[in-house]
Design a protein around this ligand. Structure first.
Ligand code: ATP
Ligand code: MG
Length: 352
């Protein structure tokens, strides 16, 4: 078993360091960790945000723990050399097509949700968003009509195989949770959604243990804030997933707690190759001050164990330790507390 740690820029190195301490503490037999440079840090060292050596590492590991990239001092560079290209390049390199974002309200944090506390406390869901298709990647254009009005268009499309693989990712995720999958589309008006629904139903035959439901995206947006407790796993396309996952994030509180996984097409003997990162960025305003909350990155490491290494019990142990830390009132600045990055790391280690 081999994983890579790409710490990146800003608070990236600080938060990944705490996640690595947590992994070390678990003393997982046979687990090897290698480091690689990405982002602005890599640009200043090697002249490129995603150097060949880093890609080489990425191709040879079972999973990647990624910190954050982004550095204002690179703003003047041409687009291809900017830090953000590291994540886009890795997405391509590993064919990462499924983005998983859990939204769970940790006990005691009801007050940080955008929802009423009694509604917020119900949330424990996972959004599985398709990443490679949909309206973002279809043919697009802009033209001026004869009467002088401008017209823009973006083509939304999905091929069957693209829907099939994300559907499998959704069903598998549901099997590892409460066994409920809600497929979100707009099949009453969109052809892409009709195909989506047909394929999801076809794939469901392989997962008789998962209870499948369908919901239109407008209703899903409403239900997410009205009664989020009804959802376990939501599987949806790129555009709807983009919007719903941000909406779900704000239902559970701080940016310093939100983890994510991006799964690729490659399977190993342990699980699915993927990249795991906090949803926050490099936070240059607090970088180097031992102030950032490392929990989102620690929780991302837990997802790595679960999805790429097949170590569910260890993943759950990490999540329980983070929950206990929060319940004990140890909180970072993002949650109105004063615990430092390393103090939060210490507290999670103690509770493991
Ligand atoms: P990017 O473009 O890379 O997403 P951004 O500028 O949109 O970056 P972040 O870097 O995520 O956003 O920072 C947004 C705000 O949240 C900043 O004020 C930052 O300090 C704060 N923040 C981000 N991550 C954390 C964290 N782990 N702990 C505490 N505060 C954080
Ligand atoms: Mg951002």
């Amino acid at each position: 078993m081999k994983i890579a740690v790409f710490a990146g820029d800003g608070i990236g190195p600080e938060v990944t360091a705490q996640a690595v301490r947590v992994l070390d503490k678990l003393a997982i037999a046979g687990l090897e960790m290698v480091e690689g440079d990405v982002g602005g840090a890599a640009y200043y060292k090697h002249g490129h945000p995603l150097p060949e050596a880093t890609k080489e590492i990425a191709r040879g590991v079972d999973g990647i723990l990624f910190g954050a990239v982004g550095d204002f001092s690179c703003d003047h560079l041409e687009r291809a050399l900017r830090p953000e290209q590291a994540i886009l390049g890795l997405r391509k390199e590993l064919s990462l097509f499924a983005n998983l974002r859990p939204a769970t309200l940790f006990p005691g944090l009801e007050g940080f949700s955008a929802l009423r506390p009694e509604v917020a406390s119900q949330i424990d869901l996972l959004i599985v968003r398709e990443l490679n298709g949909d309206v973002y990647f279809g043919e697009k254009g802009m033209r001026t009509l004869e009467d002088g009005r401008r017209q823009g268009w973006d083509m939304m499309s999905y091929a069957e195989d693209e829907v099939r693989r994300i559907a499998h990712a959704g069903f598998k995720a549901a099997q590892g949770r409460k066994g409920k999958l809600c497929s979100v589309d707009k099949a009453n008006v969109l052809e892409t959604s009709q195909l989506w629904r047909d394929v999801v139903i076809e794939v469901s035959a392989e997962y008789p243990d998962v209870e499948l439901s369908h919901m239109y995206v407008d209703n899903a947006a409403m239900q997410l804030v009205k009664s989020p407790g009804q959802f376990d796993v939501i599987v949806t396309g790129n555009l709807f997933g983009d919007i719903l996952s941000d909406q779900a994030s704000m239902c559970v509180g701080s940016i310093g707690l939100l983890a994510s996984a991006s799964l690729g097409t490659r399977q190993t003997e342990y699980g699915t190759v993927g990249l795991y990162e906090p949803i926050h960025g490099s936070a240059p305003d607090i970088a180097g001050q031992n102030k950032a909350n490392p929990m989102a990155t620690i929780l991302s490491a837990a997802m790595l164990l679960r999805h790429s290494l097949g170590l569910e019990a260890q993943a759950a142990r990490i999540e329980a330790a983070v929950a206990k830390t929060l319940a004990d009132g140890i909180r970072g600045g993002d949650l109105g507390g004063d615990a430092s990055t390393s103090a939060i790391g210490d507290a999670v280690l103690e509770r493991l």
